[in-house]
Write a protein that binds this ligand. Structure first.
Ligand SMILES: [Cu+2]
Length: 121
């Protein structure tokens, strides 16, 4: 047998390469997990600081806060059941898992006038 170009084998090799590349982004060491739902921080605007507000989600889902403002904010539950820590302008928090049903009010500790509500069903 002489070594000749085999189109079928070339196609398999190409698909394998594409598959490997596609798997790269879901590696367990990926730095940022994607939350089920995202709440955007729009600024120090009272009950309009976080959007959507209220956020309704299901038990067990994760939520992240994206800071769409030009200054640092956080999202801290009023009874400290969860807290994102400070989120810089343009950044997104780590996902927070809502494992208990209920209505949870939260605020920004830097700007206490920023308030929001999450309803977990
Ligand atoms: Cu704030």
């Amino acid at each position: 047998m002489t070594s000749r170009f085999n189109p079928a084998l070339a196609a398999v090799a190409l698909l394998t390469a594409l598959g490997a590349a596609g798997c790269g982004s879901s590696s367990p060491s990926a730095p940022t997990a994607v939350a089920d739902v995202t709440i955007t921080m729009v600024g120090d605007r009272g009950a309009q600081s976080y959007t959507p507000n209220p956020m309704t989600m299901r038990t067990g889902q994760t939520v992240a806060w994206k800071n769409g403002d030009s200054t640092t904010h956080d999202a801290t539950q009023d009874a400290s059941r969860f807290a994102t820590g400070t989120i810089n302008a343009g950044a997104t928090s780590s996902p927070v898992t809502m494992s208990t049903a209920g209505t949870f009010t939260y605020h920004c500790t830097i700007h206490p006038g920023m308030v929001g509500t999450i309803v977990v069903q």
